[in-house]
Design a protein around this ligand. Sequence first.
Ligand SMILES: [Fe+2]
Ligand SMILES: [Fe+2]
Length: 268
Amino acid sequence: MMGDRAHILFDQDGHQCIQFSDLVVGQGIQSNQFLIIDQKSAALIDPGGDLTYTPLNIELSKRVKLSELQYIFASHQDPDIIASLPRWMMHTPCNVVTSKLWSRFLPHLASTFITQQYSKSMDDRIISLPDSGGSVSFGRSKIIALPAHFLHSVGNFHFYDPVSKILFSGDMGASLVEDHAEQPVTDFNAHLPHMKGFHQRYMASNKACKLWANMIRQLDVEMMVPQHGSPFVGKPMIAQFLDWISALECGIDLMDQDSFSLRVKEII
Ligand SMILES: [Fe+2]
Ligand SMILES: [Fe+2]
């Protein structure tokens, strides 16, 4: 079901954070894309693949000039995160900010012709983050890249906006919901069935979850918005998520010899 395309998460003093939840149509998994605007600077977070490029470009153009797109922040390398990169590279002057683990892989998405746009090479347009993350100046403020390795990708970052106090948490906190992904979680326990299986299979281990949650507890977060499904709004709801994920066994915790078995099943 199509709702309003733009969901305003924050809007104060020329600083806006906007979520798009229903740009994916057809077979692709429901995904959220995010736009941050600070006066005349714009950044996209996890803009997605081919499915979202055109509708997101239209939404962006309603608010800023394409020439004002300064950054694309990519939490990791998945198709639903960054497969649209060549088209953004071609039509805007943006730089892409991502883990150093993926900066040499992303050029595989972009042809030589595209990389030469705006008289800059692909290398000059990729900002590689070290494993420890760091801050990137944006508008009158900055965007902070926080390490989230193995949650789920080996080189993974979450992005924190200190102005809105929103944590853009990539696949962490993701839920599989049919529609109205813009509506915040109201009942944590009722929400669990939408996210438990996903975290058990996609997140690498409880150790990584626990260490990550310890870091996030020290941060002033008002809203945590995952790349799939519903946002977590307010400190009590976010604390509930952090407690849950800290205790969750997932990924390699759940593996045994059966996971690596030579029993060959006929697939087709
Ligand atoms: Fe992913
Ligand atoms: Fe994802």
